[in-house]
Design a protein around this ligand. Structure first.
Ligand SMILES: [Zn+2]
Ligand SMILES: [Zn+2]
Length: 131
């Protein structure tokens, strides 16, 4: 079992919440926005674990926009989910170099913390600059 501890890529504050446990581990806390409904989303910090506590009440299949609960900056990135095409949420790893990512579509198998796919990042870079 791999646990990913993450921080905000903008302000570097930890996104780990020890008080709210998901799958018996400290959760990853994000601010979520679904349509006009804002709410905290607590994701499992266990790699690939889709357990979560979602206060946005977004239905399955809908996109959620995520923000840092510390600095309020949006976390949805310009790379897209390889499964469903939704924008990915990119987070910095807390104790190691590198990034983790979460699909912003609720109910997608990638709507959980995973290491970001370097191959995909390169693809997106090329698409963006039309190389
Ligand atoms: Zn932040
Ligand atoms: Zn997805």
């Amino acid at each position: 079992m791999i646990e990913l501890e993450v921080k905000c890529p903008h302000c570097s504050n930890s996104l780990m919440d020890d008080r709210v446990k998901v799958s018996n581990r400290p959760s990853i806390v994000l601010d979520g926005l679904y349509e006009t409904k804002r709410g905290k989303v607590f994701l499992s910090s266990v790699y690939g674990d889709i357990e979560k506590i979602d206060h946005t009440e977004a239905p399955f299949g809908e996109l959620v926009t995520f923000f840092c609960p510390h600095c309020g900056k949006p976390l949805n990135s310009t790379s897209f989910c390889s499964i469903c095409g939704a924008p990915m949420v990119t987070l910095s790893l807390l104790r190691a170099p590198g990034m983790g990512e979460i699909c912003s579509r609720k109910g997608c198998p990638s709507h959980c913390i995973k290491f970001s796919d370097i191959e995909n990042e390169i693809k997106c870079f090329y698409n963006e600059y039309h190389l």
